[in-house]
Ligand binder design. Structure first.
Ligand SMILES: [Zn+2]
Length: 395
């Protein structure tokens, strides 16, 4: 079997694959080979198969409100009639809410010229964001996805933009201490200013604290390091750990893994008072044998605890309300032209697979008609305070 970039997406994989031009096949295979050979390449981790017996989920089924019975003789009145209470089913049908659909977690590396396997140019990055806005995507931080706190306007599809390795193009400051408008954070801030209803400053940056390449140590400008981290958090971005030194967690001793994770978290938190680091990008996607090492630990005086960890590949992520969602194995999509086009086209052609928000972060709204691959996946243990709603799908 020829592996495809989305082969790791199972069991969320589409039953109806979008058509792929035959000419693309070798390109994709080459890309995948490149990915596997490159430092930041993915590890193929198949998502756990769905349980044989699907759990029963307590679900509130909402039915359309009955149409009002007309009164025999309308009573003329001078007071204006109050507008009727909006029918919740109609509202859900209108946006085709589907909160068991898939979510893209995009993975960017360098934002710089020229375009390459690990680089997106500033112009292409801006075009990506413009395309996402035009196609109804709305950003959130990784930790909010992991926690199932999807606070996204009704009808929009959440998307997470992640950045690994903290190179300067991701967030560069000019000499006067203002943000370089050609760096990723400058572009993201500008998009939020230009499209206040359709975009906001959210993205997750997984940073390195000590590596041989100075450009990748906390975005490459030591004189601005603290100011940047503090401002990025204040704007709404998330700062996560990518270990202290881009360390292979699969090759370290328990003590080394503890040291890397504890000191990276402690160092970031020391630079951003009051901030708590909660997300981790696994360097090279190489997990330690004992994955419980990722959850929490101590080294010397430093402590860490992570609620979320991202992989380096895998395709679209299951909804956080799916039984297939694992917050320590969140799948990502490489933000390169082929992969982006593949998935954005897929969701345009197969909107029934797309997570579409009902606008209420306290409810998980799911239509009663779903593609087979999405059926029966709703978690029994939704985040505290959340209620599942099944509604009659729009005809
Ligand atoms: Zn990396």
């Amino acid at each position: 079997m020829t592996p495809l970039p989305d082969s790791g997406v199972r069991p969320g994989a589409p039953s109806r694959r979008p058509p792929r031009s035959p000419a693309l096949g070798p390109v994709v295979a080459l890309l995948l080979a490149a990915v596997l050979l490159t430092a930041c390449g993915p590890t193929a981790t198949a998502e756990p198969a769905p349980p044989a017996a699907l759990p029963t989920v307590p679900v509130i089924t909402v039915t359309p409100a009955p149409s009002p019975t007309p009164t025999a003789t309308p009573t003329p009145t001078l007071t204006p009639t109050p507008s009727p209470t909006p029918d919740p089913v109609v509202a859900l049908q209108a946006v085709r809410a589907n909160e068991i659909g898939w979510i893209l977690v995009l993975e960017y590396h360098m934002i710089e010229e020229p375009e390459g396997r690990w680089s997106r140019t500033p112009d292409n990055f801006r075009a990506d964001v413009e395309r996402l806005i035009a196609e109804g995507y709305y950003p959130l931080n990784l930790i909010d996805l992991a926690r199932g706190q999807i606070d996204v306007p009704a009808g929009k599809t959440p998307i997470v933009l992640t950045f690994d390795d903290s190179s300067s193009g991701q967030c560069r400051y000019l000499a006067d201490g203002t943000v370089d408008p050609r760096s990723a954070c400058g572009i993201l801030l500008e998009m939020a200013r230009l499209h206040p209803d359709d975009w906001r400053p959210r993205a997750s940056f997984f940073i390195l604290l000590d590596v041989d390449v100075p450009d990748r140590v906390i975005f490459g400008q030591p004189e601005f390091a603290e100011k940047k981290l503090q401002e990025m958090v204040a704007w709404g971005f998330e700062i996560g750990s990518h270990s202290y030194t881009h360390f292979r967690l699969d090759q370290g001793t328990v003590e080394e893994v503890h040291w890397q994770l504890a000191h990276s978290e402690a160092r970031i938190e020391s630079m951003v008072p009051g901030y708590e680091v909660s997300s981790l990008s696994i360097p090279l996607g190489m997990y330690p044998d004992d994955e419980s090492l990722l959850y929490a630990g101590d080294s010397e005086e430093a402590h860490y605890d992570f609620e979320a960890a991202v992989e380096v590949a895998g395709g679209a992520s299951p909804s956080p309300f799916s039984v297939n969602f694992d917050p320590y194995h969140i799948k990502r999509t490489q933000a390169i032209e082929d992969e982006l086009t593949y998935w954005l086209t897929f969701f345009q052609e197969n909107p029934e697979f797309r997570y579409i928000s009902d606008g209420d972060p306290r409810t998980a709204a799911v239509p009663d008609v779903l593609p087979e691959r999405l059926q029966g996946l709703l978690r029994e243990d939704l985040p505290a305070g959340m209620v599942a709603i099944e509604y009659r799908a729009a005809p």
